[in-house]
Design a protein around this ligand. Structure first.
Ligand code: TXA
Ligand code: MG
Length: 543
């Protein structure tokens, strides 16, 4: 009989502790995903985890502790880097791989001489560890190969009748498993991306490497550092394909496919005509992390057979989302159009032009939106009349638009900029799309749209990747002062009216430092290579 326990009940926490001490299995909530816990120091109990999940014996488990002091008994030494990481990220979704001591049974470490240890942030998880009075081995509480459970109903489906108890702790807040970081080599290396991002780790320990197994399909003879990386993972019953395309192309592709379920972003929903389930918003990796597993399992509940998933960004926590999604798809990816449209954006003076020129040198086509708006006939009769109605007849001289005057009245206020955008963006977009088509006909597979107002204009809907250029405020001021002939006050005012770097960074797949002083080609080449490799001849590829 499986007992149902509640996280809020102190008595239920004690019951969980007692079951674990006796060698039983209890599914418990953590901040990442639900875990299937057993006494880590009892080989018989740990064996039952492997049997219950159907988990390969060489895939080691994470040992969970309730306080930092419990670590020393489990490992032979605690390096200085580990101490700094523990101070910064424990309790939390970071698992450290260290040399194991003899206290840890070899069944836990899958025969390796290292052990994975984590101090969860979830209060209930720590309370259960304390109640058990020993460290707990706990893999994600799914049957091996299935998506990890982040909601109680899903562990009930997998573990009813198999574990001694399952505990309801509500929805997991992070939604993807912990970051697994190896500290046994020369450089700290991410074996599995998770709740703590590479960038955050680097603020504490400097450069952090990422195992190639994170984003790529393992080769046949591949022996990853983290054994878990070689097995089928996170698979729903449906066949999942990751669609690597802009929102506009994704929506078109999915609608044309018809007989499928879309696993998409909130922004896609209004445009889709098939059954669709959102797993977050496009630029919010944390929302995607939180919902991905539960969405995959809900697609199973809905009886989905064929799922077309919209590719997430690999930036920040997005890397963890991508890592899970690509595995749930068995690495099946499609780039339906065989090309990529890169949205290039950033504030004034950040260095966008230099970046777009370098992209061009590397063989990409560039569509410069600022230049397009200055083409003589971009605004038709009707558009000019709308502009004159909105901003006054003065902006026209003998029927010809005086751009300086228009800028003078429209740009200083938020309301004016918005109105100007409403009137002009659709016209510019039409031009941009014409130019993109022309470049495609010329055989270009990477097309950069250089657009300072990429997001306000909605052109980001046509981009499959976003590249943001950032530079410090002083650099930007210096550049626009010498370039645009403004007073310092005017220049500062202009910068204040623009988004700050964090706005661009949080939406970007790649962030380019626009300060200069280094080889930009070297920085952009891997991006260009990565995208051209993936578009292939037919557009159908494996990531
Ligand atoms: O967030 C999490 O980490 C969740 C919750 C329940 O704490 N647990 C979890 O455990 O995801 P599991 O067993 O599903 O994944 C553990 C991962 C596997 O990829 C495994 O191969 C790797 O950690 N791992 C464990 N011990 C290792 C070791 N000594 N060396 C390298 N990788 C190891
Ligand atoms: Mg797992």
């Amino acid at each position: 009989m499986t007992k149902l326990l509640r996280a809020e009940s102190p008595e239920d926490i004690r019951t969980a502790g007692a079951i674990l001490r006796e060698g039983g299995l209890v599914a418990i909530p953590t901040e990442t995903v639900y875990g299937l816990a057993a006494d880590a120091l009892n080989p018989g109990a740990v064996r039952r985890i492997f049997e219950t999940k159907g988990r390969p014996a060489d895939n080691p488990l994470i040992v969970h502790i309730a306080s930092g002091e419990e670590l020393s008994a489990l490992v032979t030494e605690i390096p200085e880097t580990a101490v700094r990481l523990m101070e910064a990220f424990w309790p939390g979704p970071l698992t450290l791989i260290l040399k194991k001591s003899d206290t840890v049974p070899s069944i836990v470490s899958g025969g390796l001489d290292t052990v994975a240890v984590r101090l969860p942030a979830n209060e209930t998880a720590r309370a259960v560890i304390r109640a058990a009075g020993r460290p707990l081995a706990a893999p994600s509480a799914n049957l091996s190969g299935r998506p990890s459970p982040t909601e109680f109903r899903h562990i009930r489906q997998d573990l009813w009748g198999k574990a001694e108890a399952i505990m309801d702790g509500g929805r997991c807040t992070v939604g993807v498993e912990s970051t697994v970081l190896s500290l046994t080599g020369d450089v700290p290396t991410i074996l599995r991306p998770g709740g703590v991002t590479k960038a955050r780790l680097e603020t504490v320990v400097g450069f952090v490497a990422v195992s190639p197994a994170v984003s790529e399909k393992p080769k046949e003879d591949f022996r990853p550092l983290s054994p878990g990386m070689k097995y089928t993972h996170y698979s729903p019953r449906a066949s999942v394909t990751v669609v690597d395309a802009s929102p506009a192309e994704y929506q078109e592709y999915v609608n044309a496919a018809g007989d499928c379920h879309a696993l998409c972003f909130d922004e896609d929903l209004p445009f889709l005509t098939v059954n669709a389930l959102s797993y977050g918003t496009r630029y919010d990796g944390a929302s995607q992390a939180q919902s991905l597993f539960s969405a995959l399992l809900r697609l199973d509940e809905a009886g989905a057979e064929k799922v077309l998933a919209h590719i997430p960004s690999k930036n920040g926590i997005g890397l963890a989302v991508y890592n899970r999604l690509i595995r749930s798809a068995g690495f099946q990816t499609v780039n339906p159009q065989g090309h990529h449209i890169i949205g290039l954006t950033g504030g004034s003076g950040a260095g966008k032009t230099t970046v777009s020129e370098t992209f061009q040198e590397l063989g990409c086509a560039v569509v410069d939106c600022d230049k397009l708006t200055r083409e003589p006939d971009v605004y038709d009769e009707e558009c000019l009349r709308e502009l004159a109605y909105a901003f006054g007849e003065d902006i026209l001289e003998d029927g010809v638009l005086n751009r300086r005057k228009l800028a003078g009245v429209a740009l200083p206020t938020e309301q004016g900029r918005q109105k100007l955008g409403e009137i002009t963006f659709p016209r510019i977009l039409r031009r941009v799309l014409e130019r993109i088509n022309a470049e495609k006909l010329r055989g270009k597979r990477l097309i950069v749209i250089d657009a300072p107002t990429l997001f306000e204009s909605g052109f980001d809907r046509y981009c499959s990747r976003i590249v943001a250029v950032t530079a410090g405020k002083e650099t930007r001021l210096r550049r626009i002062l010498s370039r645009d002939g403004l007073t310092r006050e005017e220049a500062e005012k202009r910068l204040r009216a623009q988004h700050d770097d964090s706005f661009f960074v949080s939406r970007a797949d790649h962030v380019i430092n626009g300060e200069g002083g280094y080889d930009l080609r070297k920085r952009l080449l891997p991006i260009v290579r990565g995208l051209t490799e993936k578009t292939g001849e037919t557009g159908r590829t494996e990531a």
